[in-house]
Design a protein. Structure first.
Length: 417
C-alpha cells in the first residue's frame, strides 16, 4: 500500500496537458485559454456617454445650482447607435443617451437628474436648465480606456468564465483556442451488472458506477465515452481494456480486489504496465493505476463510493491537468468533528461529511462537520448528501468528537478560496 499523496504525485507526474483546439466561443466556457487574445480594437471604440443627460461644454455650466440654473440651447438628440451631426459652440448642448458618441465640442455630460428640460418635446431648438456644474470629463467613457488595439485582452492560461465569453464576443471572436477536453473511456466490470432500464434478476444489480463516473467526468470537464460492461473473465476484460489507446484516459470500476474473478490487474499487467494497485486509504484501497499504450489507466474499485472517492482523488486532478489547469486540489477547510470515529491506523480515511458554518465563532475552525450517513462504501446515499470528504490522518486509530479535522470541499472548485 502506498500513501495517498505518493499515489497522487505518481499519477500526476505521468499526466500531461493536451494540445489546444479551436472551439466556438461558448464551448470555451470553463476552459483554459491556449493563446493570448490580442485586441484589434480600442475599447471603448469612441468617447461615449456613461449617462442619459446632456453633452455640454463644462465651462458653460460654471456656477449652475438648483437656485440659479444655467439655461443652454439644445442642438440635437443623440441616441446610442447614432452619429452626432452638430458640433457644440458656446452656450450649446446636445441631449445624449448612455452609450451614444459624445459630440465634437463637448467635454462633459450632465446627467438628466441635474437638469430640467424645457425644449420642445422630441424636437431641437429648445432649451434646458442645467442645475449643477460639470467638471471636465464628467460621465464620459474615453475611447481606449479599457484597452487599446494591440493590448492583450485575455491571457493564455486564464480560465474562460461568463465575463470572458462576453469579452471575446465584444472583441469579435466567434472561435477561440483552448486546451482540449480529454476523451475518457468508462468501463464497468461485473457479471452482476444490468443496465439502468432493466429490472435486476436474482443476484443482479444495476450499473450505477458507469453513470456516476460519467457525471464526474462531465463535472471535471472531460468527455465521457461509456464502453459498456466487461464480464468477469480475462477475454472480455482484455477486449475492452485494449481499446484504451483510442482515448486520452481510461477508467474502469470493479474487478481489482482479491475476489476469484478480479482480473483487471492481471489484464493490465499483460497488455500494459501497472504502477501501483493499492493505496493506503478507505474507502477503496485497491486503487489501480498504470498505462495501456500511451493511455493512463485507472482501475477504480467497484463499491460505488470507493469508485467516486478514487475518481475525486486521482482522476479529477488528472483531467484538470490535461485541460491546462494549474489548480488541481479542491479547497480544504478545518472543521470541528461532531462524532467519535474509530479507524484503522494504517490508512487515510475519507469520510463523507456535511460541513456547516459553526454557530458561534471559533478561532481554530469556522466550520462544524458531521457524518453524512452510513460510511459503508457500498452505499451512495452519504456521498449524495455530503459536501465534503473528512480527511483523517493515517496514523490515528481513533478521532474523538470535538477534534479539529481537515475537510476537502466537494462543493467548491479547485482554485477558489
Ligand atoms: P468488485 O470490486 O468488482 O469486487 O466490486 C465490489 C462491489 O461493488 C460489489 O458489491 C459489486 O457488485 C459492486 N459493483 C461493482 N461494479 C459496480 C457497478 N458498476 N455499479 C454498482 N455496483 C458495482
Ligand atoms: Mg466485480
Amino acid at each position: 500500500m502506498i500513501p495517498v499523496e505518493e499515489a497522487q504525485s505518481l499519477v500526476l507526474a505521468r499526466i500531461h496537458r493536451l494540445e489546444p483546439e479551436t472551439v466556438s466561443v461558448l464551448d470555451a466556457l470553463g476552459c483554459v485559454l491556449a493563446a493570448d487574445i490580442i485586441s484589434d480594437i480600442d475599447v471603448a471604440p469612441f468617447d461615449n456617454s456613461a449617462m442619459d443627460g446632456y453633452a455640454v461644454r463644462a465651462n458653460d455650466t460654471e456656477g449652475a445650482s438648483d437656485g440659479s440654473p444655467v439655461v443652454l440651447r439644445v442642438l440635437e438628440h443623440i441616441a446610442a447607435g447614432m452619429v452626432p451631426q452638430r458640433e457644440l459652440g458656446p452656450g450649446e448642448v446636445s441631449r445624449i443617451m448612455t452609450g451614444a458618441p459624445v459630440p465634437a465640442g463637448a467635454d462633459a455630460v450632465v446627467m438628466v437628474e441635474s437638469t430640467e428640460g424645457i425644449e420642445n418635446a422630441g424636437g431641437t431648438g429648445g432649451t434646458v436648465a442645467i442645475k449643477a456644474p460639470a467638471a471636465l470629463g464628467d460621465h464620459i467613457r474615453r475611447a481606449g480606456e479599457e484597452m487599446l488595439a494591440g493590448d492583450v485582452a485575455l491571457r493564455c492560461g486564464e480560465i474562460v468564465g461568463a465575463a470572458g465569453i462576453g469579452l471575446l464576443a465584444a472583441l469579435g471572436r466567434p472561435t477561440v483556442e483552448v486546451y482540449r477536453r480529454p476523451r475518457v473511456a468508462i468501463v464497468s466490470t461485473g457479471d452482476e451488472l444490468v443496465d439502468i432500464t432493466e429490472r435486476p434478476g436474482p443476484g443482479k444489480i444495476r450499473n450505477a458506477n458507469s453513470y456516476a463516473l460519467s457525471a464526474q467526468v462531465l463535472l471535471a470537464g472531460g468527455v465521457p465515452h461509456v464502453l459498456g460492461v466487461a464480464r468477469d473473465n480475462v477475454a472480455d476484460t482484455k477486449a475492452i481494456l485494449s481499446r484504451a489507446p483510442e482515448f486520452d484516459l481510461m477508467v474502469s470500476t470493479g474487478g481489482v480486489s482479491m475476489g476469484d474473478f478480479d482480473v483487471v490487474k492481471d489484464v493490465l499487467a499483460e497488455i500494459g504496465d501497472v504502477d501501483f494497485w493499492k493505496v493506503a486509504m478507505r474507502p477503496g484501497a485497491p486503487q489501480t493505476y498504470g498505462t495501456i499504450g500511451p493511455t493512463p489507466f485507472f482501475g477504480l474499485p467497484g463499491n460505488p463510493t470507493s469508485t467516486m472517492v478514487g475518481f475525486e482523488l486521482f482522476v479529477r486532478p488528472s483531467i484538470r491537468k490535461m485541460r491546462g489547469f494549474t489548480a488541481l486540489a479542491r479547497p480544504r477547510v478545518m472543521a470541528r468533528l461532531a462524532t467519535d470515529v474509530r479507524k484503522k491506523s494504517d490508512r487515510r480515511y475519507f469520510l463523507r461529511g456535511v460541513l456547516e458554518p459553526a454557530a458561534a465563532p471559533r478561532a481554530e475552525a469556522r466550520y462544524d462537520v458531521r457524518l453524512a450517513g452510513s460510511q459503508s462504501s457500498a452505499m451512495l446515499t452519504a456521498m449524495h448528501r455530503a459536501n465534503c470528504l473528512v480527511s483523517l490522518p493515517e496514523h490515528e486509530s481513533a478521532v474523538a468528537a470535538g477534534s479539529i479535522v481537515e475537510c476537502i470541499r466537494l462543493d467548491q472548485e479547485e482554485g477558489t478560496v
